[in-house]
Design a protein around this ligand. Structure first.
Ligand SMILES: [Fe+2]
Ligand SMILES: [Fe+2]
Length: 472
């Protein structure tokens, strides 16, 4: 296990000091990063002291140290998981060859594109969430938001390190562009659509950390299988941080559901708006929205790009090495959807071109697990309501279902029917207005907003009442 050198201007466990040129280039990028953080990072936050964790070593247990930190003084740095001795490429045409420590010339532009696309989502989410601190439901939650934000900032560092260390001048230019594009910017938007809408309320934030960060988990896992070893090691460490983001999402949505269920049981109705809660049917609409836009993040069902990334060993499948097959997928097939005669039908197609769908299906299954837990809790509280993931055809903007309308249960419907029902399937203005009306800041230690239940326990052994954020 390697520990992290905090005596350097840029904390790292990659012996950055041995490569003066690279060190200087990154030290030049650092002030631009801090400028970006101060301008587009969490609003009104620079003077707050926050109970944050910081990486001290990259092994799975006990890598973190907790303490009160002002965010502009957070030590963002470069942390790679330890190298595996004699690591091999585990799939595609180079299967069995030694993993690459340098970028193979022929895959340079593909690898750069994969890294830039991943890297772009990291600062994007910080920008999307920047105003949320003003309406936190508790200090505990405010701290969770800021922890996620500083770690997304670090994920940007992770990708920028790869660009600077392995892609020369192009890489440095791409690193600058990562700070030049902004979420929702008319001229220079972020690359992926789901990262260009602001996260305006805390229900959306918890949905985001449940659904979008889970997309991150699946992308990072597939990239951690890469034959390009520095990318693999970077992503492996990022995944340990990502796990916490999903915890914030699952527990956050879970606590809202718990409170909504309590209010529904008490007043014997799902209609709890007047009681200051978020009705379960409204939560269902937010699930419909976030899940469907996240399915788009996995790309087209049939993709020769994805097939090439796989065959050339750049990006694997989720848990590639644990899958029991030839890891080449020659002649293998996979079920893909099509719309035929007004219905969704499935047929066997070449597995290689279906790589995106394979990852999307894994994501789908993983997303369902949290819903199962939430539904169990709703049932146990004696409320009759079942949360469901919408059908894969619902509300899609990429791939097979882009040009059709589908109901949440997967019936292909006409435009009229969609227009008549969209406001009952997706959050409408009144829903968003209600949720927004509940977003009043609660900053007394231990207190929670009325629409969310308290967490079962605090952070890192602290009480829920602990002052996780100090304003003075
Ligand atoms: Fe991230
Ligand atoms: Fe994340």
């Amino acid at each position: 296990m390697s520990s992290i050198d905090y005596s350097q201007k840029i904390p790292n466990n990659v012996n950055l000091g041995d490569d003066r040129r690279l060190q200087r280039a990154l030290e030049n990028w650092q002030p631009a990063y801090l400028d970006w953080w101060n301008q587009l990072g969490p609003a009104d936050s620079s003077e707050l002291e926050i109970y944050l964790r910081t990486a001290v070593a990259v092994d799975a247990d006990g890598w973190a140290q907790f303490g009160m930190v002002k965010m502009p003084e957070y030590r963002w740095g470069i942390f790679l998981a330890d190298a595996e001795a004699d690591r091999k490429i585990n799939f595609g045409m180079h299967k069995g060859e030694a993993a690459w420590q340098d970028v193979p010339g022929e895959y340079r532009s593909d690898l750069r594109r994969l890294i830039v696309t991943q890297g772009d989502t990291e600062p994007a989410s910080v920008e999307q969430q920047r105003a949320l601190g003003r309406t936190c439901p508790s200090l505990y939650d405010l701290r969770s938001l800021f922890q996620v934000n500083v770690e997304e900032g670090r994920h940007l560092w992770a990708m920028v390190y790869l660009l600077h260390a392995h892609f020369g001048r192009d890489g440095r230019e791409e690193a600058d562009e990562l700070l030049a594009r902004h979420s929702g910017d008319a001229d220079k938007p972020r690359i992926l659509e789901a990262f260009n809408v602001p996260t305006e309320d805390w229900l959306s934030f918890f949905m985001f950390t449940y659904f979008q960060d889970r997309d991150g988990k699946f992308q990072l896992n597939a990239l951690s299988e890469s034959g390009f070893d520095p990318l693999s090691r970077t992503c492996r460490f990022m995944l340990t941080e990502e796990a916490h983001h999903m915890f914030v999402g699952e527990s956050g949505v879970g606590r809202i559901i718990q409170r909504s269920t309590e209010l529904s049981a008490k007043h014997d109705t799902l209609d709890i708006e007047a009681h200051g809660g978020i009705p379960l049917p409204m939560i269902q609409k937010y699930i419909n929205f976030h899940f469907s836009i996240c399915l788009d993040l996995f790309g087209q069902e049939r993709s020769t790009n994805a097939a090439n990334f796989y065959t050339t060993g750049l990006k694997g499948r989720f848990g590639e090495t644990k899958i029991d097959d030839d890891h080449v997928l020659d002649g293998a097939s996979y079920k893909l959807p099509d719309v035929e005669g007004g219905k969704v039908v499935w047929s066997d197609q070449p597995a290689l071109t279906a790589i995106n769908e394979v990852l999307r299906d894994e994501y789908h299954e993983d997303s369902q697990r949290g819903l199962n837990r939430w539904n169990k809790a709703i049932k146990a509280a004696g409320v009759a309501f079942d949360l469901r993931l919408p059908h894969t055809a619902f509300n899609r903007n990429i791939g097979t279902f882009r040009d059709v309308n589908a109901s949440p249960t997967g019936e292909i419907i006409g435009r009229d029917e969609w227009d008549r029902n969209a406001a009952t399937w997706l959050p409408n203005d009144a829903d968003r207005g209600h949720v927004k009306s509940l977003m009043v800041p609660v900053t007394e230690p231990g207190r929670m907003a009325n629409w969310i239940a308290a967490p079962a326990r605090g952070i890192h052994g602290q009480d829920v009442e602990f002052e996780y954020v100090k304003f003075h």
